[in-house]
Design a protein around this ligand. Structure first.
Ligand code: NI
Length: 177
């Protein structure tokens, strides 16, 4: 197990555009993915981007079976997504509450495309091509934003819909991150 410290909002490394991965199926990439998985599981996150643990590469992981942080969310398959490209499939956006392991203890209401296609590669360099909607689409948009230095508070339209989880959702026993 290698649980890494997750950088918190305010750290300039979270604001940079991460670099493309050029070599797949390498020991270094496998170690990065193991560290990311260990860290995400330990913190009970829905997803994690490499820049959040200080690694400047276009790598995200995500997946939810049933997660107490997102009690109403549908399951999302455990996925490694490298060098992703997102294509919006809907004009419309919908608002949904998001949290982030880099913005501990808070939630914000964030507009995201309802449906997207995403392309990229898995750890072995095999292409991924999926069309998704709803919470799956939201998670992918959130995680891929990290690769462009965008944190979800930067996308909130009305800052009155940004606050501490324990205050916004009292009694819902949502985890404090
Ligand atoms: Ni995040």
């Amino acid at each position: 197990m290698a649980i890494k410290a997750v950088l918190q909002m305010g750290d300039a490394r979270l604001l940079e555009r991460a670099k493309e991965v050029s070599d797949f199926n390498t020991p270094a990439l496998k170690k990065l993915l193991k560290d990311m998985r260990d860290t995400m599981q330990a913190l009970d996150g829905a997803g994690l981007a490499a820049p959040q643990i200080g690694i400047d590469l276009r790598v995200v992981i995500f997946g939810i079976a049933e997660n107490p942080r997102y009690p109403d969310a549908e399951a999302v398959p455990q996925t490694v997504l490298i060098n992703p490209i997102i294509t919006p499939l809907s004009e419309g956006v919908e608002d949904g509450w998001e949290g982030c392991l880099s913005v501990k203890g808070m939630r914000g209401l964030v507009p995201r495309y309802k449906a997207i296609r995403y392309n990229g590669f898995d750890a072995m360099g095999k292409p991924i091509d999926r069309t998704v909607s709803g919470f799956h689409a939201r998670v992918v948009q959130h995680e891929c934003d990290h690769l462009d230095g965008i944190l979800y508070p930067m996308r909130i339209k009305d800052m009155r819909n940004f606050g501490f989880t324990a205050v916004l959702f009292p009694g819902e026993d949502l985890q404090d991150d």
